[in-house]
Design a protein around this ligand. Structure first.
Ligand code: GDP
Ligand code: MG
Length: 303
């Protein structure tokens, strides 16, 4: 074990480029929430990948939700806190589009702060075959100072094992920091509630914005008479207004059903078995202004 490596890796990049999807793919389980609605990542979350050569601890950065004209400033502000104390910085790019201002901001920042970084061109599956060489060249030009380039598809998995090798190469020698089979530093409750919250955000879009919290009331392993085991999960979706509750429940409960079905299928991957999920919706006016509620719901001073 003398040559074992370990270290912290952070993924920087504009919202929606696929940072969370990539961490999920690399770590191999659905631990961080991803969504076509930008900026759903709540708290800093660590995904852990343990290999024979080293242990990589991925730090997902919380999302940004601010007006577009402030994006550059905010990206840089977030980047500053994200690169603090990490061993490898990965700049994730949506390669299905040409280089833009957001990438330039981050590059300027990385160069100015003398941080070494690796560029990952994600969504490579969306780049037309005929344009692949050109696209790679365009990004190589912008990020001349990058230590390495890797094209990947976080959804398909292409390029991911190569990326792991590259990251391990850059990690310093060090001991295993988490148990071998740990994939995340967050308690199961948080992961489960994020899976419900993710589906709320995906399915309701702007109508029910970020004033939604999910509380896991109960998790219980139950053995059926036929010996089969399943996990029963009881969760409450908390909103601030009755109108939001109505939207969440939907016509004849259709919305809640959709949310529940997808959340449940993602939970099955997480707990590695069958899940019975029961969802309730509860109105707590102004819950976001009540500190005790925030703590109860797992938010740590990010309001
Ligand atoms: P983040 O804001 O950077 O964390 O982005 P997410 O991981 O939440 O991903 C945003 C959206 O891009 C989701 O709808 C993903 O399914 C999609 N996405 C991420 N990676 C890929 C990829 O490699 N290919 C394709 N086609 N879509 C991707
Ligand atoms: Mg994310």
């Amino acid at each position: 074990m003398d040559n074992y490596k370990s270290g912290f890796v952070t993924l920087l990049g504009r919202p929606n480029v696929g940072k969370s999807t990539l961490i999920n793919k690399l770590v191999g389980e659905k631990i961080t929430i991803t969504s076509p609605v930008a900026q759903t990542t709540r708290n800093k979350l660590k995904g852990i990948l343990t290999t024979k050569i080293g242990q990589i601890i991925f730090v997902d950065t919380p999302g940004v939700h601010k007006p577009h004209h402030l994006l550059g400033e905010i990206l840089v502000k977030n980047a500053k806190s994200a690169i603090n104390g990490v061993d490898v910085v990965i700049l994730v790019i949506d390669s299905s589009v040409e280089p833009g201002r957001g990438d330039e901001y981050l590059k300027d920042f990385l160069v100015a702060s003398k941080t070494e970084f690796i560029v990952v061109l994600n969504k490579w599956d969306l780049v037309n075959k005929a344009f692949k060489n050109l696209r790679l060249d365009q990004y190589k030009k912008v990020f001349r100072t990058s230590k390495s380039f890797q094209t990947v598809s976080a959804t398909e998995g292409d390029g991911c094992s190569k990326l792991v090798d590259i990251i391990l190469n850059f990690l310093p020698k060090g001991p295993m920091l988490y148990e071998e089979d740990t994939i995340c530093d967050q308690p199961l409750d948080n992961l489960l509630s994020d899976l419900v919250r993710e589906q709320v955000l995906i399915n309701t879009r702007e109508e029910v914005p970020h004033s939604v919290a999910v509380k896991i009331e109960k998790i219980k392993e139950i053995k059926r008479n036929n010996g089969k085991i399943f996990t029963a999960i009881l969760a409450t979706i908390i909103v601030e207004r009755t109108s939001q509750k109505a939207i969440l429940i939907g016509k004849k409960g259709s919305m809640l059903k959709t949310i529940g079905q997808t959340a449940r299928s993602n939970m099955k991957k997480l707990v590695n078995g069958n899940v019975h999920l029961e969802l309730f919706v509860k109105v707590i006016p102004n819950w976001r202004k009540k500190e005790s509620k925030l703590i109860e719901l797992g938010y740590e001073g990010d309001f």
